[in-house]
Ligand binder design. Structure first.
Ligand code: A3P
Length: 341
């Protein structure tokens, strides 16, 4: 198990986020992006002024579009790669922490664990936010992505046996979490986006990596077709039975918990370390910042708000709840998927 080290170390990740590693492929991607940008449909942005629609998905023009194009054009996956796939605000930070802690459980002690001093995003990088050559990272690489399953290149989904752990969440909670988060990141010169506007955009599918329902269904279908490659998790289940889900995660990652580990309470230690209560109260997550790209700097505390199931309902009117539930029923019809635990 010692060979299963984090890939790469946190220093390399922060250099990557800081854009200190560069390559001509990034330049090529940027040029191509500039060429196609004027012809893409535009929608109102949440954090940026606009979002653009590319291959059916809504993306920020500068960061997310370039990231997707770079992945599709230049990323070289390895069969040992593991990806945490999420739609923003569905539990990315939590899943990163749990995966990092599960995979590295024999490497780090719980008393001096890297997660006590590094935000989970600093331990496990976003594939598409790293406009770099990831070739130097040791295998198995542990990366995260917001890219919808259907837009990933075949080299990742068909030709290689890469694994994906996906987490979904009730759309009402995702919408509200996203609206509050994006307004915090929205530049001061742009007026804050109202909940009514955010709701309308979300329902129309116009939100980062949206439509949300298509994103979820892409990974859901893949998990039914190739369960050995795609693990489908729900935020609500993780909240309700974290130890059960962490054991499933360990199994899927190829690192099942032994009976001895279970009896020693290792699973519960991981759950405790990665709990909202623990992570949100750490100094690093209260006062430091994360440079996600050259343009996006986020206060770590914004990744931790309430961490509750059902909080979205307290912001939305009955009318809004009815409409979003109707859209959800329509979209998921016949899929066998229901949100919640
Ligand atoms: P809320 O805004 O509803 O509180 P993401 O990590 O994908 O950006 O998702 C952020 C959401 O996950 C936020 O939801 C945040 O509070 C919640 N979250 C972050 N860390 C968590 C943890 N350790 N346990 C449970 N929820 C967590």
């Amino acid at each position: 198990m010692d060979s299963f080290l984090p890939s790469p170390d946190c220093d390399t990740i922060s250099k990557t986020y800081n854009g200190q590693i560069d390559s001509h492929l990034v330049q090529k991607t940027n040029e191509r992006c500039r060429e196609i940008l004027p012809n893409l449909p535009r929608g109102k942005g949440w954090m940026t002024e606009h979002l653009v629609q590319y291959q059916g998905v809504w993306l920020t023009p500068n960061v997310a579009l370039k990231g997707l194009m770079w992945v599709q054009g230049h990323f070289k996956p390895r069969s040992t790669d593991i990806f945490l796939a999420t739609f923003p605000k569905t539990g990315t930070t939590w899943l990163k922490a749990l995966t990092f802690a599960t995979i590295n459980r024999t490497r780090y002690g719980f008393a001096d664990h890297p997660l006590l001093t590094t935000v989970p995003h600093g331990c496990l990088p976003f594939l598409e936010a790293c406009p770099n050559d990831l070739d130097g990272f040791p295998s198995p690489r542990l990366l995260s992505t917001h890219i919808p399953y259907t837009l990933l290149p075949n080299s990742m989904t068909v030709n290689q046996s890469c694994r994906f752990a996906y987490i979904c969440r009730d759309p009402k909670d995702v919408l509200v979490s996203k609206w509050l988060f994006m307004n915090k990141l929205r530049p001061k010169e742009l007026a804050p986006i109202s909940l009514e506007e955010a709701f309308e955009l979300f329902c129309q599918g116009i939100s980062h990596y949206g439509p949300y329902w298509d994103h979820v269904l892409g990974y859901w279908k893949a998990s039914l077709e190739t369960p050995e490659k795609v693990l489908f998790l729900k935020y609500e289940e993780l909240k309700e039975e974290p130890s059960v889900v962490v054991k499933r995660l360990g199994e899927f990652l190829g690192h099942p918990f032994s009976l001895e580990e279970e009896s020693k309470g290792v699973v519960e230690e991981i759950v405790k370390l990665c709990s909202f209560e623990n992570l949100s109260n750490l100094e690093v997550n209260k006062s430091s910042v994360l440079k996600l790209s050259t343009q996006i700097i986020v206060d770590n505390r914004h990744f931790f708000r309430k961490g509750k199931v059902g909080d979205g309902r307290s912001y939305l009117t009955d009318e809004m709840i009815k409409r979003i539930n109707e859209i959800t029923s329509e979209k998921l019809l016949g899929s066998g998927l229901v949100f919640g635990s």
